[in-house]
Design a protein around this ligand. Structure first.
Ligand code: SAM
Length: 285
């Protein structure tokens, strides 16, 4: 019964996300037609049938819709940290190709680095379950070459730039000065910390750092660690939206959370004041 209900909720959220992608206006600024969006979805379905991926189709749809919704005039690249066998990279590469953006795919292609001592065990939201992270977990089958073959067959390799190595070594020299979306699925808090440290300064105001570990207290905690942010990035911690790990297949969060770069003072001065209207949500006043 539980499995059936799960499947039903998953199907319903997929249908809603597909409708959102195809029927609403995302991509219009780039001249992307509904037909092109249907083709994009068909390619994503095909890749999901053929490649093992830890990023659900719902999560991929959220990311692709977000890329198509970015203002055309906003210059910048998309960065993926943690691709494994490129199942999540396919949709990103197709969306980047349609919008004329570069996709940086950053990974060791040899799996996780050695976890720091205090991050080996990770309590899952379905406690008493827990993870034990291990070095080289999620090694890409056939390494970088395998990832490239997958993108040639299912995605758009022309849009991709590959950055091989551990984030502590590679991300500080990433060949971009403007990032408009980050998708991080790197599991270890220490890896996520490296991504934040090197990528956040290049993330444009109003843009999002999507995080695949909203269920991890240690990872979400990074986004609230003001001392660390002040020391390393000279700004206050930005916080995190959607850390409800329980909303696994929910339409809004699709089990991903994100942090958004914003200018709090500018928002207060020129933004729209909203009030909570109970079950009707927020309304402008
Ligand atoms: C869970 S897998 C990614 C799954 C993929 N997004 C998908 O949907 O199938 C985590 C990936 O992060 C990479 N990774 C984690 N920490 C890293 C680090 N510090 N440097 C480079 N790669 C790292 C691993 O090599 C692995 O490919």
């Amino acid at each position: 019964m539980r499995a059936w209900l799960d499947r039903l909720v998953r199907l319903q959220s997929t249908v809603l996300l597909v409708l959102k992608l195809i029927l609403l206006g995302c991509g219009r600024e780039y001249g992307i037609t509904r037909r092109a969006k249907i083709r994009l979805f068909a390619k994503m379905l095909r890749s999901n049938r053929n490649i093992v991926t830890l990023t659900t189709l719902q999560q991929q749809l959220v990311l692709v819709t977000e890329i198509l919704s970015l203002p055309e005039g906003l210059r910048g690249d998309v960065v993926e940290c943690g691709c494994y066998d490129a199942g999540s990279s396919v949709g990103l590469s197709l969306a980047c190709s349609l919008t004329g953006r570069r996709l940086f795919i950053c990974d060791s292609f040899e799996g996780l680095p050695e976890p720091e001592e205090e991050e080996v065990y990770e309590i899952h939201s379905d406690s008493p379950q827990f993870y034990v992270w291990e070095e080289n977990e999620f090694v890409s089958t056939d390494g970088l070459a395998g990832v490239q073959r997958t993108l040639e067959e299912f995605g758009d390799i022309e849009a991709c730039r590959f950055v091989k190595g551990y984030y502590a070594d590679t991300l500080k020299d990433l060949d971009t000065d403007s990032i408009v979306l980050i998708f991080e699925d790197a599991d270890l808090p220490s890896s996520v910390r490296d991504c934040i440290q090197h990528l956040w300064p290049k993330l444009q105001t109003g843009c999002k750092f999507y995080c695949h570990e909203p269920w991890s207290i240690k990872v979400v905690g990074l986004f609230y660690d003001t001392q660390w942010w002040l020391r390393r990035l000279h700004t206050t911690a930005p916080g995190f939206f959607g850390s409800g790990g329980g909303l696994d297949y929910g339409f809004a969060s699709s089990s991903m959370g994100f942090s958004k770069k914003f200018d709090a003072e500018a928002t207060r001065q020129s933004g729209t004041k909203v009030q909570h209207q109970g079950s009707r949500g927020f309304e402008a006043t």
